[in-house]
Design a binder for this molecule. Structure first.
Ligand code: GRG
Length: 292
């Protein structure tokens, strides 16, 4: 995902839009800095790219996708900041930089996460002001995916099961919530902005869920065998912390093969969209080839 690609121009648009946000949030200086630090550290921007790509499958009628693309990255970044806290995964390095709490302290890092999460919904509301029905649908989709029945649920199961292990089915369900829910929401939010109907949303949900599993399996492989300079975060954390991973359950080659199979499943879910889904197809293929 990190190579020079057809996605560079979109990534630049996303980065510029994100860079403009912290100064407009009305936050006092230390909080603004603590939000900007993780947000502008140069992640892969997969979730915003999924929003733009899904939106691009539909006509021009409807809200611009860039604010919603930024909102997905705000929610994702909040989850990373909170995940890195000592009370959760306790990571010192993220996106190639010291983590938010290492630089600004735990209290400001918690507040930075809170600020990023809540600001996401302001950005959606303002970005969709002329299209209230679509804006409300996006708010509902994003809140459901990020909330206590989605990403927060996955994180809770992850935390509670650490050191105890998870059976394969429970582990897969946890990954679907922790990683897959937000990826699915990114694609479905992009489609909702374009006026997608239930059939399209269902197919895109299948794409997002399969992509989430593929993405997580690759994440586990990178944790086990990635290049630390490239990955930009502490490695071998899963084994140190006693977390169940796809590598434990399937072995290295098994996890690689399964990631490929899930990526193919994601691509197959795009069949009804034909050539319009070329971008989403490419993103799924890149997600399994990535080295960071
Ligand atoms: C704190 C509610 C809450 C949730 C945390 C994000 C998360 C849930 C946990 C992080 C642990 C982890 C490694 C999850 C696996 C997949 C994942 C979300 C990886 C990070 O996303 P990338 O690779 O990161 O897209 P960048 O930095 O490129 O945006």
């Amino acid at each position: 995902m990190g190579d020079a690609t057809r996605w560079d121009a979109d990534r630049r648009r996303i980065d510029e839009a994100l860079a403009a946000l912290p100064g407009r949030m009305g936050a006092p200086a230390p909080l603004e800095e603590a939000m900007a630090w993780p947000l502008l550290a140069g992640g892969k921007r997969l979730r915003p790219l999924l929003v733009l790509s899904a939106r691009g499958m539909y006509g021009a009628d409807g809200p611009d996708a860039l604010p919603v693309a930024c909102a997905l990255e705000l929610v994702h970044t909040y989850s990373l900041v909170h995940d890195d806290l000592p009370a959760m995964d306790d990571d010192d390095l993220r996106r190639g930089r010291p983590t938010c709490h290492v630089v600004y302290g735990d209290a400001l890092a918690i507040l930075a996460g809170d600020g990023l999460l809540t600001h996401a919904f302001q950005v959606v509301a303002e970005g969709c002001a002329g299209w209230p029905d679509r804006g409300l649908a996006v708010v509902a989709e994003l809140a459901r995916a990020a909330g206590p029945g989605g990403m927060v649920a996955g994180q809770a199961v992850d935390i509670v099961s650490t050191g105890r292990g998870l059976l394969p089915e429970a582990h897969r369900a946890m990954c679907a919530q922790k990683t897959g829910a937000l990826l699915s929401a990114a694609v479905r939010c992009g489609a909702l902005l374009g006026g997608a109907g239930p059939g399209d949303l269902e197919a895109l949900g299948r794409y997002g869920r399969a992509l989430g599993l593929a993405f997580q399996a690759v994440d586990d492989l990178l944790d086990a065998e990635g290049d630390p300079a490239e990955v930009g975060k502490g490695l071998h954390k899963d084994a140190e912390q006693g977390k169940t991973t796809f590598v434990d359950l399937l072995g290295h080659e098994g996890a690689r093969a399964q990631a490929g199979a899930w990526a193919r499943e994601a691509v197959e879910a795009l069949a009804p969209f034909g050539d319009r889904a070329e971008g989403l197809r490419d993103l799924a293929e890149r997600a399994v080839r990535r080295t960071r």
